[in-house]
Design a protein around this ligand. Sequence first.
Ligand SMILES: [Zn+2]
Length: 209
Amino acid sequence: MNTRNKNIKPSKFVLPKKNNVSSYEYELSGNIRNIIQHLGEDANREGLVKTPERYAKALLYLTSGYRNEKSVLEDCANAIFDEKVTSVVAVNNIEFHSLCEHHLLPFYGHVSIAFLPDKNGKILGLSKFARLVDVYSRRLQVQERLIQDIMSATWKLLKPQGIAIRIEAQHMCMMIRGVEKQFSKTATYSYRGQSKFEQTIKGELKYEK
Ligand SMILES: [Zn+2]
């Protein structure tokens, strides 16, 4: 299906001046300027002239998980403590924002993570769960893979007796286009570990209503 509007006449393509912009960001903002022009807009008008640079910065932030995964995992590895804990630890309602890889539109919601430490009682600094959620959500994602990415990283770090994760999210690509459903929420659940603990750990997961 050819939906291209042949009446669109992009204005002259002018790249932003290079001052204070890294070459990577510079190239990205040039491509964004191109998109703006292909929407039929004048990328040089006052309100839009700096938009490509701003959007490039925003996009790089929203996909920063590609670039900081290694350092976050190192920080997490340095925040593991031996503590005689024999009960479930649950960190609930960690908010996240991600970009759906099919439409490049945001999806957002909450992640809840609960685990039963290994028999020697290994725990992770609580804020590190939020760092893990950020590193895997700040990239092009689908909710189904996001939960597995968080699961794999947490499992590798803690090697616990069991982990349960629940994600509940709203997807802008379902809300503002396509079926346009404003209230639907998608839930994903993942468990890894000894099956006898699954119900106990699952019971600790709480999430935004
Ligand atoms: Zn989508």
